[in-house]
Ligand binder design. Structure first.
Ligand code: PCA
Length: 320
């Protein structure tokens, strides 16, 4: 018995000597499927390494605000983190193609886009000592308002919640007034009258209980933007080979699972909006045409400002 206890103590000591704890910030809350997915990723890594790598998810911007997460991973304040990929489009428009209206509007399109975007994103992030582990899309983005929107003109003058530069441009071209608000602050922003309309997924609509402050939703399916999980290259290199392999395997599983969760939510969360009293309606052809026109203007602007690598992604995507 004594011998056994000593053995157990020795094993515990050996494990704790090599065990690593990693903090993982994300801007999104616990009820978000992305957060559930990365929590499962953390559980998978912990299980595969027998506790050797213990990743703690910090949700809803509690560890770092959204805008600082990428920099925090780059500076090794944290080894790993999740953020909205197209927020990096101010660095290079290659990061933002998934948030351009009507370029990729279905999961099939989004998959094709990611397959040609991934190598470029990997190269650009490598310059900053960052490695992308996996990327998962939100359901296609729809329009939330009070009252039905029949044409783009109905958006005129509305204070419009935005989450990146592309959405800000979209809102401006629609004659609305964009205001940047993080997802976890949506309920408060509507409650205090900072904003009166938004474009986001059915997931974020449900997660922010949109029915408390909005009445109408139309699935304009304008774009399918992605989150990305990145790890600091040096921190990753510091892991032993087995742990590295466990992280990569869990990342691959998380990407597959995340895309499936997203597709399931596109349907289930739209139903949940309706169940809670939101009127879900198909966009009129006039509205769709108006929004497509905005998309065309934005794509022209995008091409004017895009780097060669960004343009190469668009070229490879459209020629597929
Ligand atoms: N939800 C996030 C990003 C896209 C989405 O569907 C948000 O609204 O901030």
């Amino acid at each position: 018995m004594k011998h056994l206890l000593i053995c157990a103590a020795a094993i515990a000591a050996a494990t704790s000597a090599t065990a690593e704890s990693w903090d993982m910030p994300t801007p999104y809350g616990d009820s978000t499927f992305h957060t559930q997915n990365i929590s499962q990723f953390a559980d998978d890594v912990r299980a595969a390494t027998d506790g050797g790598l213990d990743i703690t998810v910090h949700s809803a911007g509690s560890l770092f605000p959204h805008a600082e997460i990428k920099g925090a991973v780059r500076n090794r304040q944290v080894p790993i983190g999740e953020f909205f990929l197209s927020r990096l489009s101010n660095e290079d428009l290659a990061f933002g193609l998934d948030s351009q209206p009507f370029v990729a509007t279905s999961y099939d399109d989004a998959r094709k886009l990611w397959s040609v975007q991934r190598p470029v994103v990997t190269e650009l992030l490598a310059e900053q000592g960052l490695v992308p582990l996996f990327s998962v899309p939100w359901p296609a983005q729809g329009l939330y308002t009070t009252g039905e929107i029949a044409t783009v003109d109905d958006l005129n003058g509305l204070r419009f919640r935005a989450y990146n530069a592309a959405l800000e441009e979209f809102a401006t071209l629609a004659g609305a007034a964009p205001v940047q608000i993080e997802a976890s602050n949506i309920p408060q922003a509507f409650a205090t009258g900072q904003v009166a309309a938004m474009i986001t997924s059915p997931s974020t609509g449900v997660n922010s209980t949109a029915w408390d402050f909005l009445t109408h939703y139309t699935p304009i399916n304008a774009w399918v933007p992605k989150n990305i999980v990145v790890v600091n290259q040096r921190m990753f290199d510091g892991l032993d080979a087995e742990t590295q392999a466990a992280v990569l395997a869990a990342a691959e599983a998380a990407e597959t699972r995340g895309w499936e969760m997203s597709a399931a939510e596109a349907k289930s969360k739209t139903e949940e909006l309706a169940k809670n009293g939101i009127t879900v309606y198909e966009p009129s052809s006039e509205l769709s045409e108006g929004l497509q026109g905005i998309g065309q203007t934005m794509l022209t602007n995008w091409k004017t400002n895009a780097s060669d690598s960004a343009k190469a992604i668009l070229g490879a995507y459209t020629n597929q």
